[in-house]
Design a protein around this ligand. Structure first.
Ligand SMILES: [Zn+2]
Ligand SMILES: [Zn+2]
Ligand SMILES: [Zn+2]
Ligand SMILES: [Zn+2]
Length: 417
């Protein structure tokens, strides 16, 4: 039998880490896996679940990676070489004690472990952190843009959202085709010496950017970027949105019932491109149908592409990028623009969000879900972009319920729709 199987190989379904754990469990040295005689008995702390103090010594209940919870053991602090895990555990412990502390009750170091309520909370918190960390790794593995994504929830015990798939560009729905542009520009220098007005000129529009890549046309006017057929290279100043998200951003849990939100970890200059609103492109009829389902579920992420006519909608409910998590504000710091790059079909613009003002590192990013560009002239009135709504609120872009706004801006309209 064994001879017959010679030369056969199958992919291993276990991860490297799992195989190392198996070696340690079986006390087998395997240099190929990095399990040596010296580190054979080094086990990895997955998380800490409980804490006690016996005389002056601190002990932690350790959940070991690769072992079930039933095999967790109490270890003195001196045995643990995981400063990061310890620090996080004590921060969470402090928060939990504050949460369940009763006035007038002295806080004595626990002798036999923490109160069950506190220990249960810490266990959940540890599992949540692990789940969020895994999700963060997944998001970063899927992104094709420069800006890193971090995930943070210091507010409640909610883990990663279910049924959300990170994409970097539009996912085109059944029966819809994006036609690739057939012509590009022939400029020597698209900004300084545009030939025939460069790509924007070919569509009878203005060049949208300055040398720093900041948008200089009024909101409501379209942006035409250089495309795959243009003579210019990747450093052309007319290539901005197509380069993707540049800033490091954080998906965080808001503390006032607005679900997840997004904050920037870097300062952002006024009029700079921040992110695109991507999702699945569907027909408006399909959007109507989904809108009713989303209504019943209490959330929708539908953005009508009504630059020229209302034929298509972007649905970012299941497929989306970080914009899926950006909240609404009546006084937003991001502004929507319609952008055309490799597809010039006016019914299918790309939706790009630009900073309306300088944004500090740490500030939450928001845009107006119910944005209307002031109709300064006849041309701009048809450029209104209208997002259904997002962020775990109830309603539909077509048949809207009145939804209370929690944005907190002094100029808040009080209702989203
Ligand atoms: Zn050009
Ligand atoms: Zn061009
Ligand atoms: Zn160019
Ligand atoms: Zn508001």
């Amino acid at each position: 039998m064994a001879e017959n199987l010679k030369g056969c190989s199958v992919y291993c379904k276990s991860s490297w880490v799992q195989l190392q754990d198996l070696c340690r469990l079986a006390k087998v040295v395997c240099p190929d896996l990095g399990v040596t005689r010296r580190n054979l008995s080094h086990f990895e702390v997955e998380y800490l679940c409980d804490y006690k103090r016996v005389r002056e010594e601190e002990f932690y209940l350790v959940k070991w990676r690769g072992y079930p919870e039933s095999e967790s053991t109490w270890e003195p602090r001196k045995n643990l070489r995981c400063p990061g895990v310890l620090k996080q555990f004590h921060q969470d412990l402090e928060a939990a004690l504050q949460r369940w502390s009763r006035p007038g009750r002295p806080r004595r170091p626990p002798l036999h472990g923490l109160e069950p309520l506190v220990a249960a909370y810490l266990l959940q918190k540890a599992k949540q952190r692990r789940a969020l960390w895994r999700w963060e790794c997944q998001l970063n593995a899927k992104r094709s843009h420069r800006g890193r994504i971090t995930v943070e929830n210091e507010v409640d015990l909610d883990g990663p959202p279910r049924d959300f798939i990170y994409i970097n560009e539009y996912k085109v729905g059944a029966g819809i085709t994006l036609t690739q542009v057939a012509v590009g520009c022939e400029c020597q220098d698209c900004l300084a010496q545009p030939a025939g007005g460069c790509c924007p000129g070919a569509s009878r529009h203005r060049f949208a950017y300055n040398e720093q890549g900041q948008v200089r046309v009024r909101a409501g006017l379209p942006i035409y970027e250089c495309n795959a057929r243009c003579r210019c290279g990747p450093d052309c100043p007319n290539r901005v949105v197509q380069k993707g998200i540049r800033y490091d951003l954080c998906i965080f849990r808001t503390d006032n019932g607005r679900g997840w939100g997004v904050r920037t970890l870097e300062k952002i200059r006024k009029n700079t491109f921040v992110m695109e609103y991507v999702g699945e492109i569907i027909t408006s009829e399909e959007a109507e149908r989904r809108g009713q389902i989303y209504d019943r579920q209490g959330a929708t992420y539908l953005f009508d592409l009504d630059y020229v006519e209302d034929v298509y909608t972007v649905d970012a409910a299941y497929y989306g990028n970080i914009s899926h998590f950006v909240n609404h504000s009546c006084d937003p710091n991001l502004q929507v623009y319609n952008v055309f790059i490799d597809n010039l079909d006016e019914r299918l613009p790309r939706i790009a969000l630009f900073a309306t003002r300088p944004i500090r590192a740490g500030e939450e990013l928001t845009f107006d879900y119910n944005m209307h560009v002031d109709p300064v002239d006849a041309e701009s009135t048809r450029m209104d972009s209208n997002l259904g709504l997002a962020g775990g609120l109830a309603g539909s872009p077509k048949k809207r319920l009145r939804i209370e706004c929690k944005c907190g801006a002094p100029a808040c309209r009080k209702y989203l729709f």
